[in-house]
Ligand binder design. Structure first.
Ligand code: RP5
Length: 171
């Protein structure tokens, strides 16, 4: 994971360093698209005062979207949404218990008025792509990069299918 020099537009935050192997995939995807980001470890339960300061100040720092990943009781994404008007993308993490179902329900079941766009379990890469799509609404250059990304995905699947047709599925 390198660190793009572009101005941070996305705030990536996670509850623990144990979340980093998954959340680094969001950073990698933002790097690929040339989007600047902040990345922090801040625990909603263990240091709520630090979270309040970070989330309340995000918009003034130029952040336009947050990607918040957490496992277990996973209060972090919901608290980011409570503390800021910025769109919040939540990533439930499977690391510890219950295959991540605990974190899915914690992040997904937000009360009316405080939405979090919840990704699949460990879906940090999609979190970054969704953040990019939000930013691309006002950035034609980024929109073109996302179209190119889609085109390359399609080509990869077509190449795999062509190989299957040529070689068959038997070893
Ligand atoms: C959550 O508790 C974190 O997001 C992490 O997924 C989980 C466990 O944290 P550690 O005990 O690994 O620090 O708040």
């Amino acid at each position: 994971m390198a660190k793009t020099d572009n101005m941070p537009l996305v705030g990536i935050v996670m509850g623990s360093d144990s979340d980093l192997p998954v959340m680094a995939k969001a950073a990698d995807m933002l790097e690929e698209l040339g989007i600047g980001y902040e990345i922090r470890i801040i625990s909603a339960h263990r240091e709520p005062d630090v979270l309040i300061e970070w989330a309340r100040g995000a918009q003034d720092r130029g952040i336009r979207v947050m990607i918040a990943g957490a496992g277990m009781a996973a209060a972090l994404p919901g608290m980011c949404a409570a503390l800021s008007v910025l769109p919040v993308i939540g990533v439930p993490l499977s690391g510890k218990c219950l295959d991540g179902m605990d974190a899915v329900f914690s992040i997904l079941q937000m009360p009316p008025g405080v939405p979090v766009a919840t990704m699949a379990i460990d879906g940090a890469k999609n979190g970054a792509i969704l953040a990019a799509k939000i930013l691309a609404l006002s950035d034609p250059e980024l929109s073109a990069k996302l179209k190119d990304y889609s085109r390359r995905q399609k080509e990869q699947v077509m190449a795999k299918d062509a190989k299957l047709q040529e070689k068959g599925c038997m070893k």
